[in-house]
Structures are given as structure tokens and as C-alpha cells.
Design a protein around this ligand. Structure first.
Ligand SMILES: NC(=O)c1ccc[n+]([C@@H]2O[C@H](COP(=O)([O-])OP(=O)(O)OC[C@H]3O[C@@H](n4cnc5c(N)ncnc54)[C@H](OP(=O)(O)O)[C@@H]3O)[C@@H](O)[C@H]2O)c1
Length: 323
């Protein structure tokens, strides 16, 4: 299914002029209904950047389907937000994870090259093994420790092999308004239970999808205006670092203040990764060094606590997801 979005006024003007809309230059958001994809659509809409979005019915697994979709449209940039994101399930679903995270991006990159447009592809901190002890730069060799990370690393390689005009944005610990995520899960659990246990020996940086979407839109705006943005791999998360346990404690404090947590007596307890075994191993340390993207775009990324506060207090915070 295809979704076309424009700023509200433009949409009202254009809604009866579909054929002219089709010939308009537009950004193509692949995976537009996912947690990040939805936010990218929202941000581009706010910035008055025309775009079209597709879900899994325009499958990235079939090059021809992608090419047919692009046919007759003027695609100015492709953003790939589609992926196999079930980290634990991937351990026993290797082929499908490989198809979505590596073969799909290869198809998209091949098409981007043919169309002559840039590709913004999203990757992950899970391409690293977690043995670092200071923020990880883009030049650090990848060394995934699970199927998800391995297939995402393969996806990065495939993108780089197919096109030169790419931006691979590695992000981490994402949460957003539209999707299952740690923040909603914690608030729901904190309201329902006397205590929750959260791992305290994995370090990383929680990242609001709004932050990543604004970086994506920043790259697109610059490119559309003809300004140069150097191709390459970039690390993009919110700033700072924490553990899942301290992240949960901050969610609790902010949730109580905002009123979305009413069970003020819930206790947040720490536990170790070994006490909470999961099918996939996770990196113990995956804080990313973001200096490259900040220098390239001339911006300062927000601290993760500031982004979390904005999320919890936003009118877009979905109260249905915490019941
Ligand atoms: N979530 C995190 O914590 C996290 C952390 C680091 C990096 N990332 C990366 O960030 C990106 C976005 O993640 P997310 O959490 O927003 O993902 P998500 O919510 O799981 O969304 C993934 C999207 O992929 C689409 N999709 C699945 N199969 C497809 C196919 N064959 N063809 C086209 N689209 C297909 C799905 O479309 P339907 O809606 O039609 O099912 C879905 O909307 C991914 O690259 C992920 O690896 C995520």
C-alpha cells in the first residue's frame, strides 16, 4: 500500500490533482508504518518536505516490486526504515532476518543507484560486540554477537557495495510514539506491579525517534537544497549514557511527575544480565560517539533525559499503550 503525505494546506490544494502529485519530486520512506518510519513521516510533514511512504506490501525482498513502485515517480531520496527488528526471534529465524536486513537493503541500494538518488539506511549499535569502554566511533570494526546484529552488519556491507551515495545511520535503544518500546512497557509494568527488575550491567543511550527523524530530515533538507553532506556511516543517538536500570528509574520519576504512573509505590530493582537470560546476547557497552554527525550538520544532539521528558509529556504520548 502507498501513502502520500504533504503538509496539510498543500494536501488540501493537491488532493484533486493526483496526477500532478505523482510527478512531484518526493522522498520515499520505506517501512513508513514502523516505529521510526511513522516519526520520519511526521517530521517531514512538519518540515513541508513532500514524501511518499510504503509498508511491507511493497516488499523490499523483491527488486522488481521496488522498481515498479518507483516507476513514473521522481524520487529525490530513499529512507529505509524497514527491518527485521525482533532481536530474540532472529536467533531462530536466521533466513528471514538475513533477507530483510541484508538482501532487502541490497535491493534498495541497487535501485537508489539506478535512480541516481541518495539512500539513508538505518543500522544499529548491535553491530558491535560490547567490549568497548568508551564511546564507539564509526571507524571501529564491526563484530556482532547475535543474528540480528550480524544481519544488520551484512546490510551495511550490501548498501556500501551497491551505491556510493549512502548515509548509514547507526542508532540505539529507540523509542517512539507509534510502536512497542521500553518506555511504554516499563510504564505499563510499573502501574501494574509492586516491583520491576531491570538489567543494570548493559550501558547505552536511549534515543527518541524524534531525534533520529530530525537528523534524517536535516540530511534530506541539505541535499535537496544542493548543499553537500559527506556520504558515509554516522552514529546517531541522543547524548549521554546510562543503563537500562537507570533509564527505568528516570522513566519512573518522570512518569510519576507527569501523572502517567499512578502506582507511586512501585519499586525498581536492579538485576544482572545473567539473571535475565534472553535467546540473543546483547552488547554490554554500546555507547556511540556522535561527534561526526554533529560536526557534519553543525548541530548539538539533546541529552537523553531531555528527550525522554519531551516524549512522556507530549500530546502524542499514546496512553492506550500503557494500559
Ligand atoms: N527499535 C530499536 O530499538 C532499534 C535500535 C537500533 C536500531 N534500530 C533500527 O531502526 C530501524 C527502524 O526500527 P523500528 O523499531 O522502527 O522498526 P519496526 O517498528 O519493527 O518497523 C519495521 C518496519 O519494517 C517493515 N517491513 C517488514 N517487512 C518488510 C518488507 N518485506 N518490505 C517492506 N517493509 C517491510 C514493517 O512494515 P509493516 O508495517 O507493513 O509490517 C515495519 O513497519 C531498523 O533499521 C532497526 O534495525 C532499531
Amino acid at each position: 500500500m502507498e501513502y502520500e503525505y504533504f503538509s496539510l494546506i498543500k494536501y488540501i490544494i493537491c488532493e484533486n490533482l493526483c496526477s500532478s502529485v505523482v510527478n512531484k519530486k518526493m522522498v520515499w520512506i520505506i517501512g513508513c508504518n514502523g516505529m521510526l518510519g511513522t516519526q520520519v513521516c511526521r517530521t517531514l510533514s512538519e518540515k513541508n518536505i513532500d514524501f511518499t511512504g510504503t509498508d511491507s506490501s511493497v516488499s523490499i525482498l523483491d527488486y522488481q516490486v521496488l522498481e515498479d513502485f518507483a516507476s513514473g515517480k521522481e524520487i529525490s531520496c530513499i529512507v529505509n526504515c524497514a527491518a527485521y527488528t525482533a532481536v530474540d526471534k532472529a536467533e531462530s529465524d536466521v533466513e528471514f532476518a538475513q533477507a530483510l536486513n541484508a538482501d532487502g537493503p541490497k535491493n534498495i541500494a541497487r535501485l537508489a543507484k539506478k535512480l541516481g538518488c541518495p539512500l539513508i539506511h538505518i543500522s544499529t549499535d548491535y553491530v558491535f560486540d560490547g567490549t568497548a569502554s568508551s564511546p564507539i566511533s564509526e571507524s571501529t570494526p564491526v563484530k556482532p554477537i547475535g543474528v540480528y546484529g550480524n544481519t544488520k552488519a551484512e546490510g551495511e556491507k550490501a548498501v556500501m557495495a551497491e551505491t556510493d551515495d549512502f548515509y548509514i545511520l547507526r542508532t540505539a535503544w529507540l523509542y517512539g510514539f507509534n510502536g512497542k518500546n521500553f518506555v511504554y512497557t516499563m510504564i505499563r509494568a510499573m502501574n501494574a506491579r509492586e516491583s520491576v527488575k531491570v538489567v543494570c550491567d548493559q550501558r547505552g543511550t536511549p534515543t527518541n525517534c524524534v531525534t533520529l527523524a530530525s537528523i534524517i530530515s536535516g540530511i534530506i533538507s541539505k541535499r535537496l537544497s544542493g548543499a553537500k553532506v559527506s556520504n558515509g556511516i554516522y552514529h546517531v543517538t541522543d547524548e549521554g549514557e546510562t543503563t537500562w536500570f537507570d533509564f527505568a528509574r528516570e522513566i519512573f520519576d518522570m512518569g510519576v511527575k507527569s501523572g502517567c504512573i499512578t502506582n507511586k509505590n512501585c519499586v525498581v530493582n536492579p538485576c544482572s544480565t545473567s539473571e535475565y537470560p534472553t535467546p540473543a546476547k546483547r552488547p554490554a557497552y554500546s555507547v556511540l560517539d556522535k561527534s561526526k554527525i554533529q560536526k557534519e550538520l553543525g548541530i548539538t544532539l539533546p541529552q537523553w533525559q531531555e528527550s525522554l521528558g519531551k516524549f512522556i509529556n507530549s500530546p502524542l504520548f499514546d496512553k492506550k499503550r500503557i494500559q
